[in-house]
Design a protein around this ligand. Sequence first.
Ligand code: GS8
Length: 214
Amino acid sequence: MAIKVHGIALSTCTGRVLLCLLEKGLEYEIVPLDLANSAHKKQPYLSLNPFGQIPAFEDGDVQIFESRAITKYLSRKYKDTGIDLLGSSSLTETTIVDTWMEVESHQYNVPMQKIIRQMIVNPAYGIASDEKIIEEELEKLGKVLDVYEERLSKCKYLAGDFYSLADLHHVPYLVYFMRTLKSSVITSRPHVNAWWKDISSRPASVKLAESMRI
Ligand code: GS8
C-alpha cells in the first residue's frame, strides 16, 4: 500500500516528512486537507493526529504523527533504500545524530517557528507582524547559530562529515527564512552559510523548496 502524507507542502512540518521521502527516493501520495474548513480539527483526521495538527502519516497499517518521529521511522524502515540518514555505521555516530536532532527541536525550532509565523505566515493571512517579537526571537536564534558556527567549523554537517536527519530537519524553516530580509543572520556566519548552501542545493531540498511557494 502506498505511503500517504496527510498535510500540505506549504507547511514546514509536512515539508520535513516530504524532504525525507525525497531523499530516500520513496513513492508517496500527499492527501491534502481542507484547513480553511478546519478538517484537521475534526474526525476522521483526529484519529490520525489527536492534536489536530499536520502532518499525519500512513504506511500500510502503520499510522504516525509528529514529523520528526515520521522521518525517524522512514530512515529506520528504509535504511537500505537511498542515503543513510541516521549515522548507522556506529553507536557513536547515531548518538551524535540524535543529539543534533534534539538541538534542532529544542533550541533552533523555538525561535525559528516564532520568526516564521511573524515574517511569513501572518503577512500571508493579512495579519501585521510584531517587530518586537521578531527582534527578540532573532537575538535568541543568533545565540543558537553561534553554537552552530563553532560546530560547523569542525565538521561539514552537524553530526559529522556526513549528511543526516539532523541537517535535514532544519531545511523547511530555513527555506522560508532565507526569503526574508533577515537572511544575513545565516549569511554572516561563514560556516553556517557554507552548510546552508550545501544542504539547500541537494536535489531533494531544491524540489521541496519549489513546492513551498506561498
Ligand atoms: C508540530 C505540528 C505543527 O505544528 C510536528 O509534526 O512536528 N511537533 C509537530 N503543525 C502545524 C503546521 S507546521 O507548518 C499545524 O498543524 N498548524 C495548524 C494548527 O495547529 O491548527
